[in-house]
Design a protein around this ligand. Structure first.
Ligand code: SF4
Length: 368
């Protein structure tokens, strides 16, 4: 038989793919035919050059395996997708999209996990002289003349029966962020006068009227929306009472860790963590009581402060520390120009007179 005829017969299977080829092989051949990738072109050239008539068993299947190996080495062909962990973006997507809209409890629990981190059980060494400092602050607070002493969330609905009082504490706490105690207290009074310290009444009133009633509380429109939502949940899931766990409180929109801890302490007398607001955060840092995890740097968020404080402050101080430092911050250790000359612990405080003698130039300019 002429050599040319023999060659043409031998090459035929490599051009016409066997009809029984696997899907993977078919994909691979399609990929090699695309001729778009230089790596693929190189492999094809090499295959045809190395074709040897004497090795008729080097069929398309052998070439396909070699092409696949080459592509895998060059990262052009995906290896088997078994057991591959999704990357962070995929996981994030799955978490938000995979939860059916009907599974609100599941979604809430995911959100709650994001809202609060559990305190570390590890203990830290208490700061030097902390008991003397705390005692000094308690002495300065004996007069009870700070706004928090008469108009804080702790006082909301204090004359009401327990269930109504708990609701008043929740609503007062939700209104208190970014708002002075006096303003929050006045808003609670207006709600009380209008018979609105009651979840059923709040659900029935329209949102705009509620917003007008609590104005000028900070972000009053958004808070009116959250208060209505929380009231509906209280009615539907808790028989008109408020949630009695940290996680269920945190599942309410508009309630963060600070508020949830405060409500658990005041409404349920079940302190599970320290309520750290802006005063507790600032003063704890001025006193050198708190540090960022694993550093000697000041904390930058109330949550960092809470976790740092909880590592060494005895638990029986967790509830009283909030009103104690809030009142101290409202009267003496104020955000701007603390009154260090009047402070009974200025001999123990590492920040004494560091901020009081140099007022912010911008503030000075504004005042003049
Ligand atoms: S000495 Fe000044 S900075 Fe320190 S706690 Fe007293 S008021 Fe605050």
């Amino acid at each position: 038989m002429p050599l040319a005829l023999l060659l043409s017969r031998i090459r035929l299977p490599a051009v016409k793919m066997p009809s029984t080829r696997s899907n993977a092989s078919a994909r691979l051949v399609r990929a090699s035919r695309a001729d778009l990738n230089p790596v693929v072109r190189e492999v094809k050239r090499e295959s045809s050059v190395s074709f040897d008539v004497s090795k008729c068993e080097s069929t398309a299947s052998v070439k396909r395996k070699r092409v696949k190996r080459e592509l895998e080495v060059n990262g052009e062909y995906p290896k088997k997708q078994v057991g591959i962990v999704p990357d962070i973006e995929d996981f994030r997507y799955d978490r938000t999209k995979a939860v059916p809209s009907s599974s609100k409890a599941t979604l809430s629990s995911v959100k709650v996990e994001e809202k609060v981190r559990v305190s570390s059980v590890m203990k830290a060494k208490a700061p030097e002289n902390w008991e003397a400092v705390l005692g000094g602050i308690k002495n300065m607070r004996l007069s009870g003349q700070a706004p928090v002493d008469t108009k804080g969330c702790e006082k909301a609905g204090s004359l009401l029966p327990p269930k109504e009082r708990r609701f008043a504490v929740l609503i007062s706490t939700m209104m208190s962020s970014q708002t002075k105690d006096e303003v929050t207290h006045a808003a609670v009074e207006r709600l009380s006068e209008n018979g609105l310290l009651d979840p059923d009444a709040i659900v029935r009133i329209d949102e705009a009227t509620l917003a007008n009633l609590i104005k000028p509380v900070g972000f009053y429109q958004r808070k009116a929306q959250f208060i209505k939502e929380a009231s509906k949940i209280c009615l539907e899931r808790f028989g008109g009472d408020i949630p009695d766990s940290l996680n269920e409180l945190l599942a309410l929109r508009g309630v963060g860790p600070k508020m949830a801890h405060l409500v658990m302490s005041i409404a349920w007398k079940n302190t599970q963590g320290i309520c750290v607001d802006t005063h507790v955060h600032r003063i704890s840092n001025r006193l050198g009581w708190v540090f960022r995890e694993g550093t000697k740097q000041k904390t930058t968020t109330p949550e960092q402060t809470r976790m740092s404080l909880e590592k060494w402050l005895p638990k029986d101080e967790w509830e009283p520390i909030n009103p104690l430092l809030v009142g101290f911050g409202q009267t003496i250790c104020t955000p701007l120009r603390p009154k260090c000359d009047m402070c009974g612990i200025n001999n123990l405080c590492p920040s004494a007179f560091k901020e009081s003698s140099s007022p912010n130039p911008k503030q000075k300019k504004t005042r003049s």
